[in-house]
Write a protein that binds this ligand. Structure first.
Ligand SMILES: [Zn+2]
Ligand SMILES: [Zn+2]
Ligand SMILES: [Zn+2]
Ligand SMILES: [Zn+2]
Length: 302
């Protein structure tokens, strides 16, 4: 599961135009006629009230009059100072400011105050969320996505443990950057004519918010289902596997009204995850949910 770091959505430059002295303007806030002031986004402000029109930094709450950054899927305004001087949250790229509840984790990651409040920190919590996600997949798809064999275990790990679990998964760069939040390990075994699949093991990265972890869990569950049902899973392209898993997670988020999660999944910087999701949604429009599931069991690419 790729995290799709939101990073900077846009670098915004706010233009404060000083107006000419011999014209008469009405301040949007105090309604007084003044000869000098500023326009901000098309409205006029006297020098006393221009500050109220400026965006404020979500982290330090200072008014921003120059360049600033829009960060995370919430598009929050962050001043250049906070952006440059404070370590960024591994999940959403907001400043993880220790003075405002941000956390520095032992494995080198930083978590912003907002995500820290929702962070999943115990294995018990993670397993409960995974079970909830399994229930939500059932609510969304009925018995169509039932597993043939149960999942062996679900582990919650820090970045170091996650890197070990993901070694050889092809995800290693994303894992190092903290962008991949879940890894499913499925081992195919063959002895002579006999072939079988060892029970899957799932590793979830800790300190991910509970809402995100539900999406990651649905995604990893979908990998297990597809591995158990595909006739030639080893031949499938990453875009097919990640696209299908994202589509399952997306449908679950939609069904349970988690718009924020749908927005995260629809981030165009998501590579195969995003492109694959778009293709599966298109396939669903053409063939319906049944058609998508049939496709997911046979196709090697999309
Ligand atoms: Zn995945
Ligand atoms: Zn005024
Ligand atoms: Zn700031
Ligand atoms: Zn964050």
């Amino acid at each position: 599961m790729n995290m799709r770091l939101w990073a900077i959505l846009g670098l915004i430059f706010l233009c404060l135009n000083s107006l000419s002295a011999n014209e008469n303007f009405v301040c949007t806030v105090c309604q007084k006629h003044v000869s000098r002031g500023f326009t901000v986004k098309g409205s006029f402000y006297c020098p006393d009230h221009v500050e109220s029109a400026l965006p404020r930094c979500y982290n330090c709450d200072q008014p921003i009059s120059g360049r600033y950054h829009e960060v995370s899927e919430r598009k929050l305004s962050i001043c250049s100072t906070c952006r440059e001087k404070i370590p960024q949250c591994f999940l959403c790229s907001l400043p993880a400011d220790p003075q405002r509840g941000g956390e520095a984790l032992r494995d080198g990651r930083h978590v912003c105050a907002d995500d820290s409040k929702l962070a999943v920190k115990t294995a018990q919590q993670a397993r409960r969320l995974f079970q909830q996600a399994e229930g939500e997949v059932r609510d969304t798809f009925g018995s169509a996505l039932r597993l043939k064999d149960p999942i062996a275990r679900v582990e919650l790990v820090d970045l170091k443990g996650f890197e070990r679990a993901a070694a050889g998964s092809g995800h290693i760069n994303g894992v190092k950057a903290g962008k991949v939040l879940g890894v499913t390990t499925v081992v195919f075994v063959s002895r002579g004519e006999e072939k079988w699949l060892e029970p899957a093991v799932i590793h979830l990265l800790d300190h991910v918010s509970s809402r995100r972890m539900l999406s990651v869990s649905a995604h990893e569950y979908a990998h297990v289902w597809q591995a158990q049902h595909h006739r030639d899973y080893a031949q499938t392209k990453p875009i097919l596997r990640e696209g299908f898993a994202e589509w399952v997670a997306y449908k679950v988020a939609q069904r349970h009204g988690r718009q924020d999660q749908m927005t995260v999944m629809m981030n165009p910087n998501g590579g195969d995850y995003y492109l694959g999701l778009r293709k599966f949604l298109e396939l669903e429009r053409q063939r319906g949910v049944e058609g998508v599931l049939t496709y997911a069991k046979k196709a090697t690419k999309i």
